[in-house]
Ligand binder design. Structure first.
Ligand code: SAM
Length: 252
C-alpha cells in the first residue's frame, strides 16, 4: 500500500492515459508502465507536500501537475530516442523534465543540475523515495561554473532544459556539455520563433546546427509546446561559456 495523501485516482488515470497517448507504454511489458505510474504518483505526492513549505511549483492541482509537469516532461521521449543515453537536465528545479524522463526510460544515465541548494536537496530526497535503477546525480551549481570541471565538458549525449532562460542564453549554458554528435533539446513555447532566429548566431559559434523543431500537444490539455533539437556538429570553442553576467549582457 502506498502512503499517498494528495494524488487522487483521476490524476493517476491522467498519467496512465497520457503515457499511453504519447506511445510510451510498451504493451509487452505492463509491469514497467505500472512501475512508472507508481513512481510518478509518489513523486507528485511528495512535490505537493514539500511545495507547502518551499517554493517548488506554481501549479498545485494534482491533475494539472500530472499534465503540465509530468506528461510535458515525458513528451520528449516520444519524439527523440533517450534509451541508454547520458542526459543532463540544466536548471532542473523540482526535477522537470529530467526525472520523469528517467522514470519512463530507466536506462537513462541522469544528471540533474540546479543553482538552488534547496531544490537540489529536494531532488535528492525524491530520488531516495523512488524505485529507479542506476545512479542519478543531483548536482548543486551553476551551469557556467560547473562546466569548468574538465569531466563535464562535452561529456553528455543529451542536454535538455525547460523554462530556464531565453534560447541564445540557454544555448551558451547548455551546448558546452554536449558531446560531438550529441544534442541539446530546448523545451519552449510555440511562440518561440523570434527566440529561435535570435539564437542563430549562438548556435553557429558554439558548434550547433538546428536539426528539428517540433511542436507537440500535451495529452489531455489544449496546450502545445515545442522541442528545439540542436545537434552538436563541431566542438564548442573553449572560451565558452562566458561568465553569466557577460552572457546576459551580450548574448552571442
Ligand atoms: N526546469 C524546471 C521546470 O521546468 O519546472 C525549473 C524551471 S525554474 C523556472 C528555473 C530553474 O533554473 C531554477 O530552479 C533555477 O535555480 C535554475 N537555474 C537558472 N539559471 C541556472 C544556471 N545558470 N545554472 C543552473 N541552474 C540554473
Amino acid at each position: 500500500m502506498l502512503d499517498i495523501n494528495y494524488i487522487t485516482p483521476d490524476a493517476e488515470k491522467i498519467s496512465l492515459d497520457g503515457l499511453q497517448a504519447l506511445g510510451l507504454i510498451n504493451p509487452a511489458n505492463p509491469d514497467s508502465a505500472r512501475n512508472a505510474v507508481k513512481n510518478m504518483i509518489i513523486y507528485a505526492d511528495f512535490l505537493i507536500q514539500k511545495n507547502q513549505v518551499m517554493n517548488l511549483t506554481a501549479i498545485t492541482d494534482p491533475a494539472e501537475i500530472m499534465r503540465l509537469h509530468f506528461l510535458d516532461s515525458c513528451a520528449p521521449a516520444s519524439l527523440y530516442d533517450f534509451h541508454d543515453k547520458s542526459v543532463i537536465d540544466i536548471g532542473s528545479g523540482a526535477g522537470f523534465p529530467g526525472l520523469p524522463l528517467k522514470i519512463i526510460i530507466p536506462s537513462i544515465r541522469l544528471t540533474l543540475l540546479d543553482a538552488q541548494r534547496k531544490r537540489v536537496d529536494f531532488l535528492q530526497s525524491v530520488c531516495e523515495k523512488l524505485n529507479l535503477p542506476g545512479d542519478i546525480q543531483c548536482v548543486h551549481g551553476r551551469a557556467e561554473e560547473l562546466i569548468k570541471n574538465i569531466n563535464c565538458r562535452e561529456s553528455f549525449d543529451i542536454a535538455i532544459s525547460r523554462a530556464v532562460a531565453s534560447l541564445p542564453v540557454l544555448i551558451e549554458l547548455s551546448l558546452p556539455f554536449v558531446k560531438l554528435n550529441g544534442c541539446f533539446i530546448a523545451m519552449k513555447s510555440i511562440q518561440s520563433d523570434q527566440e529561435l532566429s535570435d539564437a542563430a548566431n549562438a548556435i553557429q559559434i558554439l558548434g550547433g546546427q538546428i536539426e528539428r523543431v517540433q511542436d507537440y500537444q500535451i495529452p489531455g490539455a489544449d496546450i502545445y509546446h515545442r522541442l528545439i533539437i540542436i545537434r552538436k556538429v563541431k566542438n564548442t570553442p573553449p572560451r565558452y561559456p562566458r561568465a553569466f553576467a557577460r552572457i546576459k549582457k551580450s548574448p552571442l
